[in-house]
Structure formats: structure tokens, C-alpha cells
Design a protein around this ligand. Sequence first.
Ligand SMILES: NC(=O)c1ccc[n+]([C@@H]2O[C@H](COP(=O)([O-])OP(=O)(O)OC[C@H]3O[C@@H](n4cnc5c(N)ncnc54)[C@H](OP(=O)(O)O)[C@@H]3O)[C@@H](O)[C@H]2O)c1
Length: 226
Amino acid sequence: MNVLITGSSNGLGRCLARKFARDYGKIILHGRKEAQLTQFRDLLNEDYGTQADMVIGDIREEETLLALYTAAVRNKIDVLINNAGVYVYGDPTKTTLADMDSVITTNMIAPMRLTLLVYPIMVAKGKGLIVNINSLAGKTLNDKEAVYCASKHGLRGFMGSFRHEARKHGVDVLDVYLGAMQTEMMLGRPGYDGMMDPDEVADVIAGLCRDSYDSLRVNEIEIGRL
Ligand SMILES: NC(=O)c1ccc[n+]([C@@H]2O[C@H](COP(=O)([O-])OP(=O)(O)OC[C@H]3O[C@@H](n4cnc5c(N)ncnc54)[C@H](OP(=O)(O)O)[C@@H]3O)[C@@H](O)[C@H]2O)c1
């Protein structure tokens, strides 16, 4: 099973990459920081004897999306994990157009675009899995998270609707709604020590990405802290 994970230089994506490199087939890493990602790729190749591929670039850029698509074709991917994301917290009246554009493009438009780019690869195989790392904020409406909520609610709407189309071609869409995790994204936030361990979260998600079941599919899952 070959897997493309966006935003796998850090946090949850990095934990997922390690599990997939260990337990499944080929992985494609992605992030903006070339040195950090190259070091991680070399480590995975050394530890697990994999030949991880990688794409460097800002996911808001069309050029990066096309490079991800090319890597997906080259590696005949079976699973796309839309994980790269950013978080914003604060007074919504202070949000600039540039901030809005950046968050909505990263968390919503980019995964939508990438999904539509790689979908034909899966359709040609007659199977595939698209995993969207969403947030509980994609279902709830939280104070001081207006733009983040908007981006994740939008992603939920697109993917929930797209699932109907994908099913016709044997492609599953799994939406993962997460509570707070101990990653860089949450550093400095109150209650950090009680947040979920991203490695445990990655365990659950990787378990759901095994080759398809015979009699069921999982459309969505909520994972929250104790
Ligand atoms: N942490 C939480 O509490 C929490 C809760 C619910 C949902 N989530 C979701 O979980 C996912 C992973 O977040 P995390 O907690 O693991 O955060 P993280 O540690 O900050 O990692 C975010 C990853 O996304 C990548 N990324 C961000 N913006 C990018 C851009 N413009 N272009 C390319 N890559 C970009 C980063 O790569 P580079 O920095 O190398 O570019 C990094 O690898 C996100 O979708 C987030 O919304 C997180």
C-alpha cells in the first residue's frame, strides 16, 4: 500500500509517516522545510529499509500541488492523507484578508484540489482511500476560532459530498475529527500536558487504513482526549 502524507515533516503527519514506513509499503513525504524532511526521509530509509519519496513546497502553491500529483503517479499511490494544516486562534474582528486566505487555502482548498488531482489514479485502479485530517472544530462552532472553524467545516462539507461520487468507483473517503494533540500547533496553549499524544492518534488512523474490509467502510471517526 503506497501512501502520500501531506505535512509529514512534523506533528501527526510525521508520526503517521513512521507507522506507514514500518508497516505498509512506500511513502511520499511532504513539507516546506527541505533539510528537516531530507533528514527524516534518510532516517526512515535506514530504520525500515523503505525508499521514501518526498516533495518540498508550500501546499498553497499550485506548483506544489502539481509536484505532489506527479509523485502520486510515480508511486502509484493507494492512500492520500490530507494532513497539512494550520491553526489560528484569536479575536475574529482582527482577521485580515491575507490571514483568511492563507488558512482557508491551506486547510480547505489545497486538500480539495489535491484530492481531485489524485482521484483519477485511484479510479483507474478501482480502489483507493482518501483520509482527511479534520478537527472537532470542523463540527463544532468555537469562540475565537472563526476562520479555523470555517476552513474545517468547509473541508467536511466538500469531503462528505465527494464521498458519494468516490464510492461509485471503489474509492473510500475517511474523515478524522481530532481533539487537541501535543504537537507544535498547540505549543503554548492552556492544557497542553493533557492533550493527546500524536503517536497514539497515528496508531488509530494507521489501523483504519489497512486494505479495505469485505463488508464495511468507515466514513468518519472522532478521536478526543480522555
Ligand atoms: N494539534 C491539534 O491539536 C490538532 C487538533 C485537531 C486537528 N489537527 C489537525 O491535524 C493536522 C496536523 O497538525 P499537527 O498538529 O500535526 O500540526 P504541526 O505539528 O504544526 O504540523 C503541521 C504540518 O503541516 C505542514 N504545513 C502547514 N502549512 C503548510 C503549508 N502551507 N505548506 C506545506 N505544509 C504545511 C507543516 O510542514 P512544514 O512546517 O514543514 O511546512 C507540518 O508538517 C492539521 O490538519 C490540523 O488542523 C490538529
